[in-house]
Write a protein that binds this ligand. Structure first.
Ligand code: ATP
Length: 267
C-alpha cells in the first residue's frame, strides 16, 4: 500500500521533445534501456543491457525528467522513491519497504525504479553508520543484485545524484552506466524558454529569445522554468485590485522582454 502511494504516483507522459539538449543521454538511453525493455528478445548474451544506470550532475538539470521520459518511451511503469522516505522509517520498516518496492516493480514489469539522491542512502560519508541504515543499504544491494542479474525481470534501476563522489565503491560498481547530465547549453536554454513561454501569450522576437538564452548562462533547466514562470506573472502583477475580479484571461497583456528583464533581477 505504502509503495503504491509513495512510488506509483501517476505522471504526465514525457516526450523526447520535452527535454531540451541532453542528446548524448537520450541516445544512450535509447540503446541501453528503451529498446531492451521493448524488445528483450533482441538483447541477449553479448547484447545484454545494463540494469543499473547512474545520472549525475548539478541540481535541476533534468535527471528526474529524463527518467520519466525513459519510462514513457519504454512503456514501463515508473516508480520513484527518495531514500529519505526509507531511512525515516521504524527499524526494519525501511528494509521491508525496499523488498516490497522491488516485488511490486516486478509485478508491474517492465518497470523503471528511479531513486533520487541515491547518495543519501549509500554515501561513504558516514563511516560509523547506524546499524539500521547499514541493514537498509544491505537489503537494497540484495534486491538490486537480484534484479541486475535476473534477465527476465525487465527492471531497470536509475539512480540520480548531485554528489557522485560520495557514493561508495560497492554502489558505483552496481551502476555500470554512468551519465553526466550537464547544465543546458545555449541552444537548450533557448529551447527551454520557448517551450515554457508558449504556454501563455507572449511577444518575443527570435533575437530576444536568443538574447535571453545568452543572458542565462549557468542557469539550470529548473532555474529557467522559474525564470519563465516569474516573467509570466508580470502581467498579473500590474493589475489593479478592481481589475482582478473582472479581467478576462484573454485580455491579459502578452509577456514581453521587459517582463523577462525584471524576472532576471529576481531569479
Ligand atoms: P534535482 O537534482 O534537484 O532532483 P533534477 O536534475 O532531477 O533535479 P528535474 O527535477 O528533472 O531536475 O528538473 C526540474 C525542472 O526543470 C523540470 O521539471 C523542467 O521543468 C526543468 N528542466 C530541467 N532540465 C530540463 C531540460 N533539459 N529540458 C527542459 N526542461 C528542463
Amino acid at each position: 500500500e505504502q509503495i503504491m502511494h509513495e512510488s506509483m504516483h501517476t505522471y504526465k507522459p514525457i516526450a523526447w521533445e520535452d527535454i531540451a539538449g541532453l542528446e548524448y543521454a537520450k541516445s544512450t538511453f535509447m540503446e541501453t534501456i528503451i529498446l531492451p525493455l521493448r524488445r528483450p528478445d533482441l538483447f541477449q548474451n553479448l547484447r545484454r543491457p545494463p540494469r543499473g544506470v547512474l545520472l549525475f550532475g548539478p541540481p535541476g538539470t533534468g535527471k528526474t525528467l529524463i527518467a520519466k521520459c525513459i519510462a514513457t518511451q519504454a512503456k514501463a511503469t515508473f516508480f520513484s522513491i527518495n531514500p529519505s522516505s526509507l531511512t525515516s522509517k521504524w527499524v526494519g520498516e525501511g528494509e521491508k519497504l525496499v523488498r516490497t518496492l522491488f516485488a511490486v516493480a516486478v509485478a508491474h514489469k517492465p518497470a523503471i525504479i528511479f531513486m533520487d539522491e541515491v547518495d543519501s542512502l549509500l554515501s561513504q560519508r558516514n563511516k560509523n553508520e547506524h546499524e539500521s541504515s547499514r541493514r537498509l543499504k544491505n537489503e537494497f544491494f540484495i534486491q538490486l543484485d537480484g534484479t541486475l542479474t535476473n534477465d527476465n525481470d525487465h527492471i531497470v534501476v536509475v539512480g540520480a545524484t548531485n554528489r557522485p563522489q560520495e557514493l561508495d565503491e560497492a554502489m558505483r560498481r552496481r551502476f555500470v552506466r554512468r551519465l553526466y547530465v550537464p547544465l543546458p547549453a545555449l541552444d537548450a536554454r533557448k529551447q527551454i524558454i520557448q517551450k515554457n513561454i508558449e504556454q501563455v501569450k507572449y511577444e518575443l522576437s527570435e533575437e530576444q529569445l536568443m538574447q535571453l538564452a545568452e543572458l542565462t548562462e549557468g542557469y539550470s533547466g529548473a532555474d529557467m522554468a522559474s525564470l519563465c514562470s516569474y516573467a509570466a506573472m508580470e502581467p498579473l502583477r500590474s493589475l489593479s485590485v478592481g481589475e482582478i475580479d473582472v479581467i478576462d484571461a484573454q485580455q491579459l497583456a502578452a509577456v514581453t522582454m521587459g517582463d523577462f528583464e525584471s524576472a532576471l533581477k529576481h531569479v
